[in-house]
Design a binder for this molecule. Structure first.
Ligand code: PGA
Ligand code: ZN
Length: 424
């Protein structure tokens, strides 16, 4: 059972404070989890509690969330068996008592929730993916490597936030990571040859200024070929538009022009006819339900349409999306909803209703690798955790290498079956 819980303020990959939690069990097991943080945060996400004290970290300190754990949560959870995850998460939700977790802070609740799971796994002598996923956890996800960053994750003029490559043709996760990483390096030389910037954005992808968003897809296609792979067969493409970021007063400010939802859907239709794109995330804004329905109606038969800011990993919003056919896939971010139990509920709801799921990091990350295990535990077949560069991104991919090795012959790489078939 839980003997003690202790939290502290640490730094994330952008140099902003975040919450780290340690859980000590009475059998001597000590486990630790750290909480990520977004930049293009959805308006409907659970509340990330920040101190707002301008004398520390520009108001971004998380000392109050830390105090909430050390002074309030500990007393409620000491003595409970760490394997009682659902019960423990319910105690946390009840103690907070609000829909957005604004009293304790979703960052406080999630840190405890994840650290408890890790402690329970260690106490049972099981790797986290096995503890959470049971005997059937064996599917290694396709790494969606974000190799060109724009939007809120870069200072460039590129509107689309993430340009990802998915090495679906590889036989194993290890090979997929190699193919993707070789392409990442090839992209650097493609950009260099043209005198474009090769500085990195928040998620480790290159962040050059470009004439159009499609130019990014041209350079990436060239990089795939330069690395010796075939676009559309070995490696396919995916986007996270993060359209909420350039939406205001009912229209989209894209490539210097004012566009309607219909204009955007038509644009995406052209893109997927030109490039081997299998997945588009947040093509429309988080409030534009009608736009999402039109998008899924027109393009949902050809590609995966992923709700991130639209769903915020919240079963209520996912339910609405299912009922209105607003998207056909769910982006899964543990800190959007703020507890492990609710995250697992969100994935189950999506899967039961025929939606694919993509496990995801945040643009602000730490060395914590929980989402790698979680992706294998739920068998979702897709994970996005940035470029194959910068240790807070690579830590998750490296953990998946370890999991694949541990599974030996039982490991299966999700590959092309993780996505709708690209027809070209
Ligand atoms: P965020 O970006 O972590 O800054 O919200 C990631 C995403 O939009 O998927
Ligand atoms: Zn997103």
């Amino acid at each position: 059972s839980i003997e003690n819980i202790a939290a502290r303020e640490i730094l994330d990959s952008r140099g902003n404070p975040t919450v780290e939690v340690e859980v000590l069990l009475d059998d001597g097991v000590l486990s630790r989890a750290a909480v990520p943080s977004g930049a293009s945060t959805g308006a409907f996400e659970a509340l990330e509690l920040r101190d707002g004290d301008d004398t520390r970290y520009g108001g971004k300190g998380v000392q109050n969330a830390v105090d909430n754990i050390n002074e309030r949560v500990v007393d409620e959870l000491v003595g409970i068996d760490a394997s009682e995850q659902r019960l423990i998460d319910q105690v946390l939700l009840d103690l907070d008592g609000t829909a957005d977790k604004g009293v304790l802070g979703a960052n406080a609740i999630l840190g405890v929730s994840l650290a408890v799971a890790k402690a329970a796994a260690a106490s049972a002598g099981l790797p986290l993916f096995r503890y959470l996923g049971g005997p059937n956890a064996h599917l290694l996800p396709v790494p969606m490597l974000n190799i060109l960053n724009g939007g809120a994750h870069a200072d460039s003029n590129v509107d689309i936030q993430e340009f990802m490559i998915a090495p679906v043709g590889a036989p194993t996760f290890r090979e997929a990571l190699r193919w993707g990483t070789e392409t990442y390096h090839a992209l650097k030389s493609v950009l260099k040859e043209r005198g474009l910037g090769t500085g990195l954005g928040d998620e480790g992808g290159f962040a050059p200024n470009l004439d159009t968003n499609a130019a990014a897809l041209d350079f990436i296609t060239e990089a795939i070929q330069k690395a010796g792979y075939t676009p559309g067969r070995d490696i396919v493409l995916a986007l996270d538009v993060a359209a909420t970021e350039f939406y205001s007063d009912g229209s989209y400010q894209f490539e210097g022009e004012k566009k309607s939802a219909a204009d955007m859907v038509a644009y995406y239709g052209e893109l997927i006819s030109t490039y081997p794109i299998v997945s588009i995330e947040d093509p429309l804004a988080e409030d534009d339900w009608a736009g999402w329905e039109a998008m899924t109606d027109e393009l949902g038969g050809r590609i995966q349409i992923v709700g991130d800011d639209l769903f915020v990993t919240n079963p209520k919003r996912i339910r609405k999306g299912i009922d209105t056919n607003a998207a056909n896939a769910l982006l899964v971010k543990v800190n959007q909803i703020g507890s492990l139990t609710e995250t697992l509920d969100a994935v189950e709801l999506a899967h039961r209703n025929g939606m694919r799921c993509m496990m995801s990091h945040r643009s602000g990350e730490t060395e914590d690798t929980t989402i790698a295990d979680l992706a294998v535990a739920v068998g979702c077949g897709q994970i996005k955790t940035g470029a194959p560069a910068r240790s807070e991104r690579v830590a998750k991919y490296n953990q998946l290498l370890r999991i694949e090795e541990e599974l030996e012959d039982a490991a299966r790489y999700a590959g092309a079956a993780a996505f709708p078939k690209y027809k070209g």
